[in-house]
Each structure stands twice: as C-alpha cells, then as structure tokens.
Design a binder for this molecule. Structure first.
Ligand SMILES: [Zn+2]
Length: 182
C-alpha cells in the first residue's frame, strides 16, 4: 500500500553560508554548526523552480510554494523570508516521521569536534522506508527524524499521497516524488 511520497528537489548550485564562515561551521570538518543562521545577502539562483536545496542543506521555497501551503492550511511548517530575496523563503518542516534505519543506512566519517557523522546515506526506495507509518499519512508535509547527505546533512521531505496529488495539480516546478510503500 502506498502510504506516502519521498519529495526531492534540485540543488540550487549555491551555498547559504558566505565564503568567510568562521564561527558558523565546525573548524574540523566544515559542517554548518549554526543551524539557525540565515545569510542576509543570500539569493537563490534557480528562480524558476518552486523548491530547491542549497549545497549546505537549506530548503528554499518560492512564493508560489508558500501560497500553496498557506491555502491548504498545512500545520507545522515555517517559511523564513530571505532578506535579500523577499519572494523566497527558507522552508522548514516540524512534523517528524521516523526513518527506517536498515543495514543499508551507513553513517561514516564521525567528527570528534562537532560530534556528528559527516556522511549519512543509503536508503531503500519503496518498501519500508518509514518505520512507524503503516497507513497513508494525512495531507501535509513531514521530515525524517534523521538527517542525510554529505558534510551538510538535511532531513528528507515526505508528503502524504493526497498532498502529492495537490502539488501535481498545482503544477509546482522542480519537485520529484518517489512512492513509499508499507
Ligand atoms: Zn565537525
């Protein structure tokens, strides 16, 4: 049974953090440690897309995307307006679903200084992607409890089946969906 979709998007070919990022990143491994930092000068590059992520792990949403979420009355979402690009937003999701850690999930390159893995990857598409989700998720956006990627990790975005249909009908650009089964 289809219970949800894994939502992915294109990278923005950009970094949120400025080149001089002393104090914002771990001095040993370079991962972002100032998790609430927003660069006042940051502007997204791929402006035709409604959702992108930066190489350092920030999801950036368009005004169209924000309006869609507002009209749909979704809860647990945060849109932080970008000072240098007011029609774009740092998109954060607070609704958490538990990722199913399997033997294919690998956490490597542990950094002693910031106490985090530099690399977390490997997840099975399709079946058993989420640990506790046995029924279709309610209409809305979710994030996995664990963060994945390389150096700058970010949670995976998950949507309910109804949400995916609404996004497709709304013709939002740049969003890809992979089916999650239970
Ligand atoms: Zn580190």
């Amino acid at each position: 049974m289809n219970v949800a979709y894994y939502l992915s998007c294109s990278d923005d070919d950009s970094y949120m953090l400025p080149k001089k990022s002393d104090g914002l990143v771990c001095s040993k491994c370079g991962a972002v440690t100032a998790k609430d930092y927003l660069n006042p000068r940051f502007k997204p590059k791929k402006r035709k897309l409604d959702l992108v992520n930066t190489y350092d792990g920030y999801y950036i949403a368009s005004e169209r995307f924000r309006l869609f979420c507002e009209e749909s009355d979704y809860s647990g979402l945060e849109f932080v307006q970008l000072p240098a690009s007011p029609s774009y937003f740092w998109f954060k999701v607070q609704n958490i679903v538990r990722f199913n850690l399997t033997t294919r999930t690998s956490s490597t390159e542990f950094c002693e200084l910031c106490q985090r893995h530099r690399s977390v990857g490997g997840f099975p598409y399709g079946k058993k992607f989420l640990a506790d989700t046995k029924e279709p998720l309610a209409d809305g956006f979710y994030r996995t409890d664990i963060e994945m990627g390389y150096r700058d990790l970010s949670p995976l975005l998950i949507v309910g089946p109804e949400t995916k249909n609404k996004i497709v009908a709304r013709k939002l650009h740049g969003l890809c969906f992979d089916e999650i089964l239970a």
